[in-house]
Ligand binder design. Sequence first.
Ligand SMILES: Nc1ncnc2c1ncn2[C@@H]1O[C@H](COP(=O)(O)OP(=O)(O)OP(=O)(O)O)[C@@H](O)[C@H]1O
Length: 581
Amino acid sequence: MSNSRPEPAWRVLLGYVRPHRRSLAAGALLSLATGATGLALPLVAQDLIASLSEDRAISGALLLMSALVVTNAAVGALGSYVLQRTAESVVLTARRSLTSSLLRLRISAVDATEPGDLLSRATSDTTLLRAMTTQSLVGLGTGGLTLLGTLVMMGLVDLVLLGVTVGVIALASAVLGVIVPMINRASRRAQESVGQMGAALERVLGALRTVKASGAERRERDAVHAAAEESWRQSVRAAKWQALAGNVAGLSMQIAFITVLAVGGARVATDAIDVGALVAFLLYVFYLMAPIQEVVGAITQYQVGAAAIGRIQEVDALPGEPDHSAAPLPAADEEPAAIAFEDVRFQYTPELPYVHHGVTFTVPPRGMTAFVGPSGAGKTTVFSLIERFYDPTDGRVLLDGKDVADWDIAELRAAIGYVEQDAPVLSGTLRENLLFGAPDTAEEALADVLVTTRLDALVARLPEGLDTVVGHRGTKLSGGERQRVAIARALLRRPRLLLLDEATSQLDAVNEAALRDAVTAAARETTVLVVAHRLSTVTSAERIVVMDAGRVLAVGTHSELVSGNPLYAELAATQFLSAVE
Ligand SMILES: Nc1ncnc2c1ncn2[C@@H]1O[C@H](COP(=O)(O)OP(=O)(O)OP(=O)(O)O)[C@@H](O)[C@H]1O
């Protein structure tokens, strides 16, 4: 998704681990302590046996052994709990950071991604950091330390045999160097397929009615299955390479054992070392096995985690908006906003054609301005540029005479109430939806807006009134109700500028009158821009901006334009403004 060189995975992981470094160190120390108490047991056992043979009392040794066993179990349990807890905290840190990035993403970045895939990065990829923390970080630390310690001890016994052992380890490392990137690649592909599965599922669940009505269940199911199977294939491939890596490590130790035996035997024969030294060295080779397996496990697990970190980094590299929290909403006595477009040219992406070819218009504070024009003329895009969902390629968008690019983005958006064309309603209660943009609204203000948008009757009818759950995407409301909820939500922000993208669908007379009345009432108090699809809306507008193919053709009142602008006359004649093209 981005071409910039990403940070190495270990540095990202350390970034996530940093806040929890103390508990991680404590966990690792506890693990080491568990090992040490374990190692002390044989010594005490030896003492116990010696006491038995010498007819000494063994109660002290027995007590000590029992204490060691209990301590070992307790420290072991505590250590593994602390480590797991730290690993979960690392996952939480990564999830927090990633979800903050997701909510800051620019709309243009979201346009280029699949929500289901983004979701999988926040849920599934971050989960892989758990094993990465416990196995890679801790494994590399404890295993690495033991490995180093054993090698030092080997060096003390015989440097030549150490050279032989290190040679075998180097050879095995070269083989691992080939295998390890394969693990990374396969894990990466496996996670990408999980992302594709998320995207495919989101596509189906987001339009389940259409999928069912189109009889497309099997096709869509096959697409989801294909992604799941690909993830399986790649995970199995990663498992194969992981198993191979583990066995290479085991095999290298066997080879080291045999080579040390042969070389050591020769050295014993030439009296370079004595038999005792050879036996001691062979014991060390045997001891080397566990830490080497641990280090190799750490490296392979690191590859799986690194693949996940790569996908997390891709999201972090996407263009985001500056971090901001919502600005306070405009006070009741604030003046309505003025809007101006100055020769705005805009294309959604550099590859796509221009959507605006020099759009210029001005809207003074207060009153209703309607934007009309055939479908695809660029009307909704006008609103997107005012909200700074996108930035113009050329020209300026001014709010109160100040370029929107120079506004603090939170303050800019706090001044605006925006009703999208498809009037989204979020899952939750009706009250949550209404107060979504203005959580601190007083009950009286809410009641007033319910009356203006004629939602009061709906609330009275619902079993739990405002606390009725409206379902995912407001599925439990009718289309007209959803639109009125969206308008009420925008009005409750007491916006200095109301952007209303009228739904193209026709409403029944009651709904339409309710909406028109609410919007005309709002236009007396504030500046209202409306992308109009209904004649009733344009006739009540002070000003109508006629757009076609990314240009402003004319600005005027309904009666001026009906006689002065052929396109407008045609649009008006049909009443269904959006259907004409
Ligand atoms: N996010 C996007 N990415 C790429 N192109 C887009 C995007 N949104 C809209 N477009 C394109 O920009 C053009 C103008 O779209 P816009 O939504 O502004 O038109 P509109 O006048 O509001 O149309 P309608 O009346 O049908 O809602 C269309 O050709 C559309 O295909």
